[in-house]
Write a protein that binds this ligand. Sequence first.
Ligand code: FAD
Length: 443
Amino acid sequence: NKRIIIIGGVAGGATVASQIRRLDDQCDIVIYEKRPSFSFANCGLPYHLSHEVEDIESLYAASVDEFDNKRNIKVHLNHEVINIDTKVNKITIKDEHNEQTTDTYDFLILSPGAHAKRLEVRGQHRQFVLHNIEQLEDIESSIKTHDIQNVTIIGAGYIALEAAENLKERGLNVSIINRSDQYYKAVDRQFNDDLRDTLLSNDIKLYEHCEVDQIDAHQVILNNGQTILSDLVITAIGITPSTQFIQSSQIDLIDDKFIKVNALNQTSVDNVYALGDAIMTRRAIDNQPIHLPLAWITHRDATTIAHHITNTKIDKPSQGVYSASIIRLFDLTIATVGLKESELTDEYIKIEHSGYDRAGYMPDKEKIQIIVYIDPSTHQVARASAIGGRDVSKYIDLITMSMMNQMVVEDFINIEPTYSPPYASPKSIINMIGYKAINAFKK
Ligand code: FAD
């Protein structure tokens, strides 16, 4: 039997293991996971802070026993891989008692993910981060044990905003420290005021253009001298791939930290594959390398690897990523796809549209604002951002589909929406973008 070893047992690792088993019931599959938990939904972590997801157990997709008994996949928790020797297909593992063992593989799959960055400031040990289930439990138990009322969040990316929203919904006083005045930078700058207004109207205090100088037990001191009453600090300022243990191996890394892979997720070494937050992936629009630590590509790559290792043909390989992303911020949905705003030149044709997600006479209609940038040479969408009601996701998803299929924007007038007043208008927002684009090209 061929022996497949997987490093990391959460999004990428657990998924690729299950996918391989579905395609091959003979091979041996072994997962090494350095922490005590495995196969949980990282993306769901913020929603337990408000208890919108009440039961923390529901965040687990499967247990070690289920993997063992139902899927015949052996999972070793508290086992950290500390070295890889690809010349002899061998890894070295350290368990919770610091005992070292070795194991050998025919195929090796790396999904070690990333870890949350922390600030190096006075009182830095007081920082919490939210990147795995144990860290969520630490935050939860601190809130309960110390009856925490005032929380400060450092950062303004999506994890910071999701944590802020959920802690506010829990009834706590929440402050955000932001070194700029932009929130969720993936979305167009033009929408920033809407994000800020939503945060402020939900009574979240914003400290902008400042940095943390010191974290005390009950306050955070900023570099401008301001102090924020705060019993708990959550830092969400980005992540670093957990690839230190790979640095001494023969596997190529980019910038010393991102695992280099090709379109089939093969690393520079034969029979070694990688996926997830630790890899540098590929952007479909221009084939440029991009680090996109999100769940969709991790799951997609798990399928790619499973098919390649088991020699089962996948119908169509992935084209790479279009960088689609979305967040909920209270009653606002915000989503984007495509190139970064900063990458666009004046040549791109900008179409703006604001409309309702359902017929204008329906009482529960929600407004949606959308900005689309069109490449003047291909007439295809290069980037889009939208904010408003929940259907923002529908329009961004349609646009992603158009990009995948190299559809020209003029053809958007022919996208036939499902229509009934509670769901859309006969002339849908996606059609309106097409009409406006046709007019723009006539000018
Ligand atoms: P992980 O799922 O983090 O798993 C890596 C595992 O490898 C870890 O458990 C780690 O302990 C283990 N490991 C590391 N080194 C070793 C070693 N040497 N030996 C053994 N084990 C090791 N993405 C979205 O698309 N949408 C979202 O809404 C979204 N929300 C998120 C919210 C939060 C709070 C977080 C943290 C992430 C979110 N993500 C979201 C990102 C998404 O969860 C990641 O892209 C995905 O988990 C990456 O999978 P991975 O396998 O690379 O890493």
